[in-house]
Write a protein that binds this ligand. Structure first.
Ligand SMILES: [Zn+2]
Ligand SMILES: [Zn+2]
Length: 264
């Protein structure tokens, strides 16, 4: 131990910087603060947060702000490491909300808790995924069909079986893939699922192929141009064997041409 001591409190048992122990230095230097006027932009429909030009965390609460939203708004001294921050909401209004944070942090070998007040402006904006959905935009179509081109039995029974089979696949996929599903339409010969993400559609279709032993055909059609590039719509046709779903009663039926959905 050196014979140097803190010029404020006189302690000798802690490392000194510019003559001050970490405690006395921390008392005189802001360790955590708020820069400017933080704003959080979120989608009122799905809860996604806007980060730069992108939307993240779709499915988060559209009303509650959590540590995941608030803690990143803190500015910290370069030698500070935040351990955790606990937030409680104070009295504010919907557009300008106030939070009180108890920030547990590490600074120069010691831990301490600092209180900070955080005003946050909250803005609502419809995220890109929700605006695409509301415009019935899609890039991929998954057709879920029986094995036969011909309808065997009532369309309703077929649809029920196909729906149950496809649902067992869907419930086990990544949330990110499920969110790509925009809407679906019934067809006499099965279901058409419309998706806003072709890669997610391909992943789901391939998973269904292996889980249900289905046959999968992929085809693309030029749909138009967007931002100077050709845009294709990809159709994944899944033919689900009867073994994957409960049996259907044999009966009359007729072949119905596949009508690919149009933009409503
Ligand atoms: Zn001191
Ligand atoms: Zn949204």
């Amino acid at each position: 131990m050196s014979d140097e001591f803190c010029v404020i409190c006189g302690r000798t048992d802690l490392a000194l910087t510019d003559g001050l122990c970490p405690d006395c230095f921390a008392d005189r230097t802001p360790l955590v603060w708020i820069e400017g006027h933080p704003t959080i932009t979120l989608c009122p429909t799905c809860g996604a947060r806007k980060v730069g030009q992108h939307w993240e965390r779709e499915g988060a609460s559209p009303t509650l702000l959590s540590a995941e939203d608030l803690t990143p708004l803190l500015s910290v001294h370069p030698e500070v490491g935040i351990r955790k921050a606990a937030w409680t909401e104070g009295v504010g209004d919907p557009a300008q909300r106030r939070f009180l944070g108890e920030v547990r942090l590490r600074f120069r070998g010691t831990e301490r808790t600092v209180s900070v007040e955080l005003p946050v402006r909250v803005q609502s904006a419809t995220c890109s995924a929700c605006s695409r959905r509301s415009g019935h935009y899609y890039t991929a179509l998954i057709q879920v069909r029986g094995t036969s081109e011909r309808l065997r039995g009532p369309p309703r029974a077929l649809r029920d079986r196909l729906e149950r089979a496809f649902d067992t696949v869907l419930t086990n996929t990544k949330a990110e893939w499920r969110r790509a599903f925009s809407w679906r339409e019934e067809r006499p010969e099965g279901w058409d699922y419309y998706l806003t993400d072709t890669l997610a559609a391909r992943s789901v279709a391939r998973l269904a192929r292996s889980r249900l032993g289905a046959e999968l055909k992929e085809s693309a059609t030029l749909w138009g141009r967007r931002n100077g590039r050709d845009v294709y719509r990809v159709t994944f046709c899944l033919r689900v064997p009867d073994a994957a779903v409960p049996p259907v009663r044999e009966g009359g039926g007729r072949q119905v041409p596949i009508r690919v959905g149009r933009q409503p």
